[in-house]
Each structure stands twice: as C-alpha cells, then as structure tokens.
Ligand binder design. Structure first.
Ligand code: C2E
Ligand code: MG
Ligand code: MG
Length: 449
C-alpha cells in the first residue's frame, strides 16, 4: 500500500495526529523526517538520487500583520492545497514551520530537474489568494538538495536544503537554489571567519584606521572617517567588506563596533580639537536600542567631546525599523553628535526619507564620483544632489576621489567636502598622527609665508 502524507487517511487520524499539521492537514516536520528516513533506507540497495526541497513564503509576516491572523491561516491553507495538488503519486509535501513547507521528489534525479520543478511550485503559488473581499499575492523561495550517497542522513540532507534556501533568500525573492559543494565550502569559510573574529574582538585585535576628509577648495583636513581593519593570525588580512557583513549576521557587530569606537576616540583625543571623527553604524545597530547607550558610555569613558563625533548611517539602516532608528538618532543628536547619510545614490535612495529625517551631512557614493568625468548622467546626478543639499541645509562630502581632475570638477560644481585616495588612504593611529604633523607643519609654513 502506498503511504499518503498528511492527507489524513480515514481511520488513521488518531495515530496520524502527532504527524499531522492541524491547520493544513498536511504532514508535519516529523512526518517529513520519517518519510525521508524511509526513502534513504529503501535506496540502500539502489542508490538512485532523489530530491528534497524546502519552500519558504516571502514576506508572509507583513501579510499576516496587514490582513490579520485568520486571513494568514486561510492563505496557508490555500498554499497547502495548491502544493498538495501539484504533487504526483510518488511525491509528498509537509508543513515544517510557520510559513515553511518541505517536499520530497523520489523520482527527481538531477539538479536541473529539481530546479525546474521547484520553479513550477513558485509559479503555482504566485497566483492571487482570496482573503475575504480582497486578494493577496505571495512569492516563495526554495532551497533543494539531492541525495547521492548512502552516507547521507536525513538531517544532513535537510540541512543542505536549508543552506540552499538561505542563499536563495539572500539573493532576493522568488528564487530557487540547489545545494552545491561550493556552498558548503563558503558556509565553512564563514564559520571559520566568525570564530576567528569572535576571538579577535575579545582580544581587542580589531583596529581603527583613519581616512582624511578635506575641505575641497583649501585641501585642509577637517576630520577623519574611522574604518575597521583586522589581520588574523591564521587568515591574514580580512577586508571589512567580508568581516562586517559576517559580524552583522552573526551578532558580533555590537562588541566589534564598541571596540573600534573606543580605540578611535582614544586616538582622536590627541588630534587638533577642530577635527571631527566619523564612525560607521551598521543597519542592525539601528534596531538595537542599546546602541545609543553604548556610544554615550564610550564617549564618557574616553572623555571625547560628542560634538566632535559624526555617525554615518545608510538608508538600509533606516528601512528595517524607522521608528527605532529615529529614536537612536534622536538620542545621539541630543548630546551634539552629528548624523551623515552614507553611500547616497546607491541602494534605495528615497527622497521622501530626506524630508522625514534630518541629516547633517550627505556622502555622495564613490560610484558617481568615479564616473563624473566621462559619464553625463553621473555629472547631472551629482549636480542635482548638490543643489538638493544646499536647499536642505546639509553638508556634502564626495567619496572616492582618486585624481585631481575629479576634485577640480567637484569644486567647479560647488561641492565643499571630499574624501578619497587623492588626499589619503586609511592608515592606523600612529600614521594618522604623522599625517597631521606634516599637514599642520605645512599649514604653519604657508601662514608664515
Ligand atoms: P564606507 O563607509 O562607504 O567607507 C568608504 C570605503 O571606501 C572604505 O572601504 C574606504 O577604504 C574606501 N575608499 C575611500 N576612498 C577611496 C578611493 O579613493 N577609492 C576607492 N576605490 N576606495 C576608497 P573599506 O575600508 O574597505 O570599508 C568598506 C565598508 O565597510 C565601509 O564603507 C563601511 O560600510 C564598512 N565599515 C568599515 N569599517 C566599519 C566599522 O567600523 N563599522 C561598520 N558598521 N562598518 C564599517
Ligand atoms: Mg562610511
Ligand atoms: Mg561610504
């Protein structure tokens, strides 16, 4: 007799209860594990591959919040019905989490076929759902893994599908990703970096480097941006574009940021008083109400004047939880800390946000600056940003200036602030002191003349 999964065969309800999802009538996670276990033992003598898929609804929570839980339940029931209807006699689908479903395709032997069948499921789920008088739309992401060898356990197979799902979710909505060996390598590398970073942060081994920000027409240094640098004993130099996202994802960004800010504030105490210190905050720090308290405590402990500190945030940081971000920024601004909008022009760049949220400064992304000389649209965009900043009373800094011609053009357009390799690369605290000594000696010399 062929076993059915979660379809609730008559007379089997009682024994099936522990294996059934009461809302949708599909099998639950136990049923799914059981089914995969059994298929693995069936394939002991005949090791033909098979496919496991995990499907996660994109943006289900907002729908639940918008239409209410009853409507959310109705949608889940409709999703379950569509998925069940799309299974053939060999295949099975179960609900393994709130908005997560898993399916088993015993007769799908190749990655191409797994991806194609999964894309079909996403397509089926994309048709509108009835919610009372209204309709809702959903997309879904899928991660798949294929069983190839008798050594693999159900748990390993499902973990691989979860890893693939994680990659699918990260790359956008409505995607299918089939697990590959490279993904496993990437996951292992991330874990290695995470562990080394945890150790480095507790040992105080992440260092602030400083890059000058100048007044473009006089070339005078007006402040420095703090950029975190880390050289691991075993891994060597790990760039911030690698370790900052890992720190954010794995919950290390708070302690890392506190360490770097403390060291930066200590270093900046010996700079001339008129120079500001700029510091980057990650999006995840703007949803954590402790961020403001930590910053204030560090300033207090190091005796650094809050009016000399600037915080750089990106638009992504404001999108996750605008109310929380606003509260943190408000607390910081109250003690005189200034707030800059970093990397402007990339990402979501919403002008509405500039109206709702007051920034003291805007930093034009390097992408526009690097193409200012040979790309008319970039030139127009920069001029428009400069006009807007003037109207809104915001200071401006153009990022990533690498040559004189770019700096000249920016001055010609009326851009006051600049930062980039032309004026100085990020260097450590000692080299920054050396840089300051040289430039102040130059300034004194110029005055004497
Ligand atoms: P960002 O805040 O936009 O920093 C500017 C990046 O541009 C830095 O890269 C800097 O070294 C680079 N840069 C500056 N001038 C030039 C130039 O003329 N040409 C080119 N090609 N690049 C230039 P970096 O140091 O690799 O940092 C990358 C990002 O990592 C930063 O982007 C920031 O978002 C993040 N980051 C760095 N340190 C921290 C930190 O302490 N906390 C947080 N939350 N994020 C940090
Ligand atoms: Mg920055
Ligand atoms: Mg930037």
């Amino acid at each position: 007799m062929q076993t059915t999964f979660g379809t609730g065969q008559p007379g089997k309800e009682n024994t099936d209860l522990a294996f059934t999802d009461p809302l949708t009538g599909l099998g639950n996670h136990r049923r799914f594990f059981d089914k995969v276990d059994r298929l693995i033992s069936d394939r002991a003598d005949d090791p033909a591959p098979f496919t496991v898929g995990i499907l996660d609804l994109d943006g289900f929570k907002p729908i639940n919040d918008l239409f209410g839980h009853k409507a959310g339940d109705d949608i889940l029931i409709q999703v379950a019905m569509r998925l069940r209807a799309s299974m053939d006699g060999h295949s099975a689908v179960c609900r393994i989490g709130a908005d997560e479903f898993a399916y088993l395709y015993p007769m799908v032997f190749s990655e191409e076929q797994a991806a194609e069948k999964s894309r079909m499921l996403i397509e089926i789920l994309s048709a509108p759902y009835d919610v009372g008088e209204r309709t809702a739309r959903l997309s879904a992401s899928v991660g798949c893994s294929l069983f190839y060898s008798g050594d693999e356990t159900t748990e390993i197979l499902i973990n691989k599908a979860e890893t693939a799902l994680y990659h699918a979710k990260r790359s956008g909505r409505g995607r299918v990703v089939v697990y590959t060996r490279e993904m496993e390598e990437a996951a292992k590398r991330v874990t290695r970096i995470e562990q080394a970073l945890r150790r480095a942060v507790s040992a105080g081994e992440v260092e602030p480097h400083f890059q000058p920000i100048v007044d473009l027409s006089s070339r005078r240094t007006i402040g420095f941006e703090t950029l975190a640098r880390w050289t691991d004993r075993d891994l060597g130099v790990v760039p911030p574009s690698v370790f900052i996202p890992i720190a954010e994802e794995r919950g290390i960004i708070g302690p890392l940021s506190q360490l770097v800010l403390r060291k930066a504030a200590e270093a900046a105490r010996s700079w001339p008083k008129e120079l500001f210190l700029s510091f980057n905050l990650s999006p995840s720090q703007l949803v954590d109400q402790n961020t403001g308290l930590h910053i204030l405590a560090i300033l207090d402990r190091t005796g650094f004047d809050p009016r000399r500190l600037e915080i750089e945030i990106t638009e992504t940081g404001l999108m996750n939880d605008p109310a929380s971000a606003e509260k943190i920024v408000e607390d910081l601004r109250r003690v005189g800390i200034r707030v800059s909008l970093d990397d402007f022009g990339t990402g979501q760049s919403s002008l509405g946000r500039l109206r709702e949220f007051h920034f003291d400064k805007l930093k034009i992304d390097r992408a526009f600056v690097s193409s200012i000389l040979d790309d008319r649209p970039s030139e127009h965009i920069i001029r428009a940003i400069l006009a807007m900043c003037e109207g809104l009373g915001m200071d401006v800094v153009a990022e990533g200036i690498e040559d004189e011609a770019q700096a000249d053009r920016l001055v010609q357009f009326g851009c006051a602030g600049g930062q980039g390799y032309l004026f100085g690369k990020p260097v450590d605290a000692d080299a920054t002191l050396g840089y300051l000594r040289d430039s102040y000696r130059g300034a004194l010399h110029a005055k004497a003349i």
